[in-house]
Ligand binder design. Structure first.
Ligand code: ZN
Length: 505
């Protein structure tokens, strides 16, 4: 008896049993769809997005004409493919750097630093003494993302108002650190990278919302050197400048496209962000996810696939500004409609030039947090698929750095794929996936060089097919993610478990 048949039989047997065991997604043959989802088809969309960026100052960031043109490109293709398409407009605090940030030590050791401007940093030209906050850890802790510096007001005990705050990247958001510094009277903030492998360069990131003092990122080496000077008792005077523009009420949009058939009470949201960073065209981040999703949507329409569950293709705006589009979508959806969202698939960066095959760790086997009930099943759809293709894959954490975040935050099961960003490929990964060890998965992450030349066609091919497979499984599978088929029961059950008897009281 062949493996495949065995599996099918297993699932069949399960579905024939009492309903309580009839869950766990059954096998769906996605070959026909995968054959229609081609690298050339994905690249066609990628080239269109590159052309859009070329015609709009090299960016497709939300709040710029490049984003609107990207949206209209995707929209006209989806309308042509017969989807019910709508634009969802929302406001967000737009940010643009007008001139590169600068930083220099004036005394005791004159030195110029290479720094970058945090998104939503204010404009400023400040000269002041620099003061380290509590919690800086040098050498850095073994585990990335665990340094607590600047995360609480207490870390600023003894901070002199009018100084520049020196803070290390770590556990909490950049924005929280900067706001705590401002509250303590800082006239400027330097956040230097944490120091572990892959976290030594300039820490690019967002503060989440505008702040009216300059906040710049610095390499670990430079930040640590200043810290050592201060530890040595030196008074260090710095001059930092930033020049930025922020529009608190800029408008941008999500694009939502629904299948005309399928059970709308069990809607599967297949999404990825459409915007790029201001600094570049975002052809891998996230032109690759956008193009793969669009290609899948067109192929499903061409093949007249009738989904059992409604499929909603979503192209989020302002992800690079802090998941603002998906956040807006989830938080403004009426409660009743929210319960109809069955699951979320997220595809953000699936074409990294030095790629790995990452699957979001739905069951939390290798990282915390696990996803909501059902996420483990979604993870296994991907891992089983890759295994069936003889392709290695590995789990990646729900780090909250992409648009599945707002969905899992409200208990909606999620999953998806990722091929790596600024992380460094290990020798073991190079053996598994090819490519180069010791080099970032995407050396052009969030930079101007994230162009059409910054893609792996192997990655697009393998991840495009896996995304098509998972989309079809969730859309067509007879049995579902939950024992009684509904997310509500699973949610109530997990709530009951979490709160135990107190909840009962
Ligand atoms: Zn992205």
């Amino acid at each position: 008896m062949s493996h495949r048949r065995a599996l099918v039989l297993g699932a069949l047997a399960a579905s024939l049993c009492l309903p309580s065991t009839a869950f766990g997604l059954d096998e769906v043959n996605s070959k026909k769809l995968r054959d229609a989802v081609t690298v050339n088809g994905i690249l066609q969309h990628e080239r269109a997005l590159q052309a859009v960026a070329n015609a709009n100052g090299g960016t497709r960031a939300s709040g710029t004409p490049g984003y609107e043109a990207s949206l209209q490109y995707v929209k006209q293709r989806l309308v042509k493919a017969g989807y019910r398409v709508k634009e969802q407009e929302f406001t967000f605090p737009f940010f643009r750097e007008l001139a590169p940030a600068t930083a220099a030590q004036l005394s005791p050791t004159p030195k110029d630093y290479t720094v970058d401007t945090f998104e939503y940093s204010g404009s400023g030209d400040v000269t002041a003494n620099v003061q380290a906050v509590r919690g800086i850890t040098i050498p850095p802790p073994a585990v990335p993302g665990t340094t607590p510096a600047g995360c609480t007001a207490a870390d600023f005990t003894g901070f002199t108002a009018g100084n520049i705050a020196l803070i290390q990247r770590g556990t909490c958001d950049f924005g929280l650190k900067a706001r705590n510094a401002k509250a303590a009277g800082a006239v400027g903030v330097i956040i230097f990278n944490e120091g572990q492998e892959g976290r030594t360069g300039l820490p690019a990131g967002t503060l989440g919302e505008p702040i009216d003092i300059p906040v710049v990122g610095m390499t670990f080496a430079d930040g640590a050197a200043i810290y050592q000077q201060l530890q040595g008792g030196a008074t260090v005077k710095l001059h930092i400048t930033t020049s930025t523009e922020a529009d608190l009420d800029a408008t941008t949009k999500n694009l939502i496209a629904d299948t005309k058939t399928g059970n709308a009470d069990e809607t599967v949201v297949v999404g990825g962000h459409l915007d790029s960073v201001v600094e570049g065209p975002g052809i891998n981040d996230n032109g690759s996810g956008t193009s793969a999703i669009l290609e899948i949507a067109e192929a499903m329409s061409e093949q007249k696939i009738k989904p059992r569950r409604a499929v909603r293709f979503a192209f989020w705006g302002a992800e690079e500004s802090g998941l603002l589009g998906s956040e807006h979508y989830v938080t403004t959806l009426p409660a009743d409609d929210l319960t109809k969202i069955y699951a979320n698939l997220n595809f953000d960066m699936v074409g990294s030039p030095n790629y790995a095959r990452f699957v979001y760790d739905g069951d939390g086997s290798d990282s915390e947090p696990a996803g909501p009930p059902g996420s483990g099943e979604i993870e296994s759809v991907f891992t089983k698929y890759f295994a069936g293709q003889g392709l290695a894959s590995e789990p990646t954490e729900f780090s909250g750095r992409s648009d599945y975040g707002p969905f899992i935050a409200v208990g909606i099961p999620a999953g998806g794929l990722f091929t790596g960003a600024e992380g460094i490929k290990t020798a073991e990964q190079a053996t598994k996936y090819g490519g180069t060890a010791g080099v970032a998965f995407d050396p052009c992450y969030h930079q101007a060089c994230d162009t059409i030349n910054n893609l792996s066609t192997n990655a697009l091919n393998e991840m495009g097919d896996a995304a098509a497979h998972a989309t079809l499984v969730l859309a067509k599978s007879k049995s579902g993610l939950f024992p009684d088929g509904s997310r509500k029961a699973a949610r109530d059950k997990s709530k009951a478990k979490k709160f135990g008897s107190d909840h009962a009281r």
